[in-house]
Design a protein around this ligand. Structure first.
Ligand code: PEP
Ligand code: MN
Length: 356
């Protein structure tokens, strides 16, 4: 079995940094040297082949940049990690003794590609990290891990980089923390690190997202850094300088609990995440309920009937009272809750009827 990249894999927290893309020899070597000077990096990352959403954007330097990375390693001693998306990439990476590989989010979403990579790695001993798929599909993420395990890879880890969605959001990729938490439950003990750069898509909230992942007991971070972030050829808005990266790490609080306390915190975080998830669903449902109230309002206006229909209101309360007992909800709470919902519903109908 061919062995590469056994250096630093077991270090916790595992810290990876480097540019989104290797752009020039100067930029690659400078970033590596300045990162190494911080003394805070376990692996140097750099994109060699870049999966871009649209053609015509910078798609990576390709093999030539692997020479620069080899130089960077010789200069700094930092082990290297790059993204691979095809069997050809794997072949090139192995030729250049890259120490660890990662599979990108777009690739994880495609089982053909993950299988191709797994086949190309058969019989090689190298750590491989797999990012979550772009879409919020845990099974695809699990499937990718299984494919790598089946190819005989023992050092497999996960990178949480958030999930894409339509429209402008606070995050470039929504973290949906309950998903990595569920992966932790399914693969206890497996390395799980966070990639705040691709979750945030911007610098100002990197620190807060990194801290959140630490509080959820992630095992490390991958953060993009660049000597001249604003002029980066890819992902300019989210990159930071090596020195800013070091300052950020200094400001993070790595909580050191005894294992028992750690377990308590994990359980609490997991339960709270479930509550957040349910609250989000409840709010969505309430929004939907009020949209129906709007429709009823418009209908009542057209047919000229009053908003308040006492018999219907009694029916709602009776239905709720019957259900709530079995659900362990007190009558007092249910009454208060439905009063509030009913009032909001009346307000919505009022708006529809009277156009205010
Ligand atoms: C990257 O790490 O630069 C990258 C392309 O990330 P992702 O696969 O998460 O989009
Ligand atoms: Mn990037």
């Amino acid at each position: 079995m061919k062995e590469i990249g056994q250096q630093n894999w077991d270090k916790r927290p595992l810290i990876i940094s480097g540019p989104c893309s290797a752009e020039t020899e100067f930029q690659t070597l400078q970033t590596a040297t300045r990162l190494a000077a911080t003394g805070k990096v376990d692996f140097l990352r750099a994109g060699i082949w870049k999966p871009r959403t649209k053609p015509g954007m910078f798609e990576g330097i390709g093999t030539e940049a692997l020479y620069w990375l080899a130089q960077a390693k010789a200069l700094t001693g930092l082990p290297l990690t790059i993204e691979v998306a095809t069997a050809k990439h794997v072949e090139e990476a192995l030729k250049f003794n890259i120490d660890m590989l990662w599979i990108g989010a777009r690739t994880t979403a495609n089982p053909f590609s993950v299988q191709e990579i797994a086949d190309a790695l058969y019989g090689v001993k190298i750590p491989v990290l797999i990012k979550n798929p772009v879409n919020a599909d845990l099974e695809l993420w699990c499937g990718g891990i299984e494919r790598l395990h089946k190819a005989g890879l023992e050092q497999v880890g996960m990178i949480h980089r958030g999930f894409s969605s339509y429209g402008n959001n606070e995050y470039r990729n929504a973290p949906m923390w309950q998903l990595p938490i569920e992966m932790k439950r399914r693969f206890p003990g497996m390395l799980l690190i966070c990639d705040p750069s691709h979750i945030c898509g911007r610098r100002d909230i990197l620190q807060e997202v990194a801290q959140k992942s630490i509080d959820l007991d992630f095992d490390g971070l991958m953060i993009e850094s660049h000597i001249d972030p604003d002029n980066a050829w890819s992902d300019a808005k989210q990159q930071i300088t090596p020195e800013e990266f070091a300052a950020m790490l200094d400001n993070l609080i790595w909580r050191k609990q005894s294992s028992q306390e750690k377990e308590i915190l994990n359980t609490l975080a997991m339960l709270r995440e479930q509550i957040n998830h349910i609250d989000d669903e409840l709010l969505t449902l309430l929004g939907q309920r009020m949209k129906i109230a709007d429709k009823i309002g418009a209908f009542k206006k057209d047919t000229d009937i009053t908003i308040l229909q006492t018999s219907r209101w009694n029916e709602i309360l009776q239905r709720a009272a019957k259900k709530s007992e079995a659900l362990g909800l007190s009558k007092e709470f249910i009454t208060r809750y439905f009063d509030a919902v009913h009032l909001e519903s009346i307000n919505h109908q009022n708006k529809m009827m009277n156009n205010f």
